[in-house]
Design a protein around this ligand. Structure first.
Ligand code: ADP
Length: 196
């Protein structure tokens, strides 16, 4: 029973850590990037429409992103908690997420920021280029990092003001970062289990 958003620059390890946290905390990891890539792979109408935009590293329009998350959160496995990886990334997405949660009478437990310096994320992303993600080319990587700093990083202030920000150093091997995350979330887990 824990509701977390996981943010950080591209290549911070949100996907890896989101899945690991989901297993450890028994809630689904919901990655908007994965949801979009799945649409593209399945050649759905949305997928075909968004393919070029995602490959260029641009944000998917808020209305589409918000609708996709709203639909996903309605699935039964998300009723008792979730880890949202890569959402919200814009002020409008924050507003919409607030609305979705308020409508269910629930609230976020934490906004986790995976901190990794830019030179390290660029190296990591370039290193996984062989995985074949269309958006892992040098130019698109630079664009995604810039977009993160311009649009998403400023949202950190907002979650900090709400007392939800949990900043975790993501600049180590996955096992080390995972241990850090679990340690940082331990007080929350205890609170959640006593509340249940
Ligand atoms: P990364 O964090 O490395 O950029 P993701 O897998 O989270 O990777 O996202 C991949 C792409 O999916 C983004 O570049 C963007 O095109 C789209 N996307 C994912 N999440 C969002 C979001 N919250 N808002 C808009 N677009 C998104």
């Amino acid at each position: 029973m824990i509701r977390i958003i996981l943010s950080g620059p591209p290549g911070a390890g949100k996907g890896t850590q989101g899945k690991r946290l989901a297993a450890a905390l028994a809630v689904p990891a919901i990655s908007t990037g994965d949801l979009f890539r799945d649409q593209v792979r399945r050649r759905t109408e949305t997928g075909v429409a968004l393919e070029a935009l995602v490959a260029a590293g641009d944000f998917v329009p808020d209305a589409i992103t918000n609708a996709m998350v709203a639909e996903r959160l309605e699935q039964s496995d998300a009723a008792n908690g979730f880890i949202l990886d890569g959402y919200p990334r814009t002020p409008d997405q924050v507003v919409e997420l607030d609305r979705m949660l308020a409508a269910r009478g629930v609230a976020l437990d934490a906004a986790v920021l995976l901190d990794v310096p830019d030179d390290m994320v660029a190296t990591r992303l370039a290193g996984r280029a062989e995985l074949g993600r269309a958006d892992d080319t040098d130019e698109v990587i630079r664009h995604r990092i810039a977009l993160y700093h311009r649009e998403t990083a400023p949202l950190t202030v907002l979650f900090d003001a709400r007392g939800l920000l949990v900043r975790v150093d993501g600049s180590d091997l996955p096992d080390v970062v995972q241990a850090r995350l679990l340690a940082a979330l331990e007080p929350l887990r205890r609170r959640a289990s006593t509340a249940a």
